[in-house]
Design a protein around this ligand. Structure first.
Ligand code: G3P
Length: 215
């Protein structure tokens, strides 16, 4: 299973990359805006830290401009993957740019039907948003299971990025369901490490050691 980091914060990317935990990075307009830095500059810097797919999102709504932006963004680095939203215009854009060898991560996927359309149009990745489905009382992880089944029935060259992850449980569920990738926000990545029994156990080991051998 691959771990992507869902952030445009280069310090956080370096922090987890040093532990060997980052296979790729996903950004979106909200995450870029949060950093308050130039879009292309941030994305370029991320490609110098991580040798893996780095998703950069188009900001147009019509297919022609999406295609233009996809072509421009893909010139930044060979590892750039273009994030395109799941709309009819987006599907048209995927169809065009995927034939040119540009890899697309189709984003804002909320149903298995949308994922099937994206894979059919040539998307290299689909990003179902599980957390936002949970937010509206729909079990987000259910669509990961369905999409896994659908993609396994055929030979689409399309990987599932479990996105909009809000908790460690989403990551564990994604792994159990065979999602290819989880794109994880830094705060959730931190939480994956935690277990109180690890802290209690380590504290006891240290105290027992020190009681006999000193510090
Ligand atoms: O990868 C998509 C993700 O950035 C959306 O997450 O938490 O805004 O729903 P969220």
């Amino acid at each position: 299973m691959k771990f992507f980091l869902d952030t445009a914060n280069v310090e956080k990317i370096k922090y987890f990359a040093d532990m060997g935990l980052v296979d790729g990075v996903t950004t979106n307009p909200s995450l870029i805006a949060k950093e308050g830095r130039d879009f292309e500059e941030v994305v370029k810097e991320i490609t110098t830290i991580i040798d893996g797919p780095v998703s950069a999102e188009v900001t147009a709504l019509d297919s022609d401009t999406m295609v233009e932006q996809a072509r421009e963004l893909s010139k930044i680095h060979k590892n750039i993957v273009i994030k395109i939203p799941m709309t009819k215009e987006g599907i048209k854009a995927v169809h065009t740019v995927s034939k040119e060898g540009i890899k697309v991560n189709m984003t804002l996927i909320f149903s298995p039907a949308q994922a099937l359309l994206a894979a059919k149009a040539g998307a290299r990745y689909v990003s179902p948003f599980v957390g936002r489905l949970d937010d509206i009382s729909h079990i987000g992880m259910d669509i990961i299971e369905s999409i896994r089944l659908i993609l396994d029935n055929y030979d689409f060259n399309c990987e599932i990025i479990t996105a909009s992850i809000r908790s460690p449980l989403h990551v564990v569920d994604a792994a159990q369901m065979g999602a290819d990738i989880a794109t994880i926000p830094p705060d959730v990545m931190d939480k994956l490490f935690n277990h109180p029994l690890t802290d209690i156990g380590l504290d006891k080991f240290m105290k027992d050691w020190e009681s006999v051998f000193g510090k």
